[in-house]
Design a protein around this ligand. Sequence first.
Ligand code: COA
Length: 154
Amino acid sequence: MESEPFSAVKPSIVPLTKRYDVISFTSTNAELNDFLINDALDDQDEMICRTYLCCLGKSITGFFTIVADTIEVQAINENDSIDGYPYRKYPSIKIARLAVEETCERKGFGRFLVLAAIGLALSVSEIIGCRYLTVDSKPESMSFYERLGFRVVG
Ligand SMILES: CC(C)(COP(=O)(O)OP(=O)(O)OC[C@H]1O[C@@H](n2cnc3c(N)ncnc32)[C@H](O)[C@@H]1OP(=O)(O)O)[C@@H](O)C(=O)NCCC(=O)NCCS
């Protein structure tokens, strides 16, 4: 059996704190870069969301931000109910933002971030009711999420 090389560095997921220098984070989406650099910590302090970084050695290879949310069940006629959905609203967790450093794309970091978010959602669902994990996807990234098992809701 082969052992891993001594120098192998594994990616890890860590909560965002002031000690991480995110100023040079660059994904292909300027709005997401701006959020991480300028707003993520403040929003976290205001308890609006929580951001987690993917670190590889000293590099930040990506991040995701999650928030508590609800999904509303909508029948075509307002007073109708839908089989299997006795409640109007269902608790969920939303991946509000997610991005991978431009130079690290297509190396599995995006998948790693989504799997970490799923793990967090499962942990939360053991202590607080939470049935779904949702994402507000950019149109160009929808097939990325579909590959990972997400389904489009009309
Ligand atoms: C979308 C994004 C997160 C993908 O990250 P990544 O690290 O390149 O993705 P991975 O390498 O983990 O790819 C996982 C799978 O998705 C596929 N994939 C990656 N980007 C894709 C895209 N834009 N469209 C369709 N499929 C994509 C990969 O080919 C891979 O497929 P496989 O399982 O068949 O091998 C990254 O390109 C990014 O940060 N984009 C800018 C910000 C953004 O759009 N964020 C998402 C919206 S909130």
